[in-house]
Ligand binder design. Sequence first.
Ligand SMILES: [Zn+2]
Length: 290
Amino acid sequence: MVAVIGASLLGLVLGSFAGAQIWRLRARELATGEGLTTQESRQLRQLKPLLQHTLTTDRSICLHCRHALAWFDLIPLLSWLSTLGKCRYCRTPIGTMEPLIELSTSAYVVLSYLVLFAGQPLTMLLLVRALLWIGAGVCIAILFWYDLRWSMLPLAITMLLIAIALLYAGIIVATNQDIAAASWSLLGSLVILSGLYFALYTISHGSWVGGGDYKLGAGLALLLGDWRLALAALFIANIVGCLVVIPGLVSGRVNAGSKVPFGPLLIIGFVAAIMLAPQIESLFGFYSLL
Ligand SMILES: [Zn+2]
């Protein structure tokens, strides 16, 4: 119980960090981007102060009134709730993305703890694995919300995710009793989640799926490390995609030319595969008996 509360608090803090990075990444992307729309130019003017701060000397400000934020404005979730999502100084609504990032990251850390790490003997190796997993989780949270909002996966974060996931996969394979089988399963996972998107990207010259999708797929495939889980993640991502797109098609909000961000769908599939891993494995075990 104490561990679950600890994990949820850690997740809230990490979510708050992820939220701050999202706006900084957005500011940097707009500052280097060309042919901005009027709306994007306006957003860039608003986000400009974020470009002047580095990570270590940063003191967050309200992006609307530029008021420096006090420590009590930076408490995850509680600060947002205490002002009902408005800036304490100018009363401008902050939006619901911040608390959602914090809550989703918190849920991710708690579920990861319960599914992957709880009840295992605490060793140095487990600690390293948990740290890598959580680091990957922060990248995943940033990618999920960034892609959902702006239909784009920032390259710096996808590459960081791949680097962390490579280390994680390396540990999982090296500590497996059957290294050959674990390597083949990892390779299968990469082919399913990244190779397929890479093929779609190459064939369509980037018009069906974005260049970020196969890189995100590679990161997630390395973390899953199992071709059965990768297949399940891809399947779930597509089911959820259909559930999201079909009502949009019917109501006319989505048409053939609309871009559907695959990143969040892949991530939903990934999280579902992790949570359902025992069921997925027994399902495959059942079919191999037939
Ligand atoms: Zn303000």
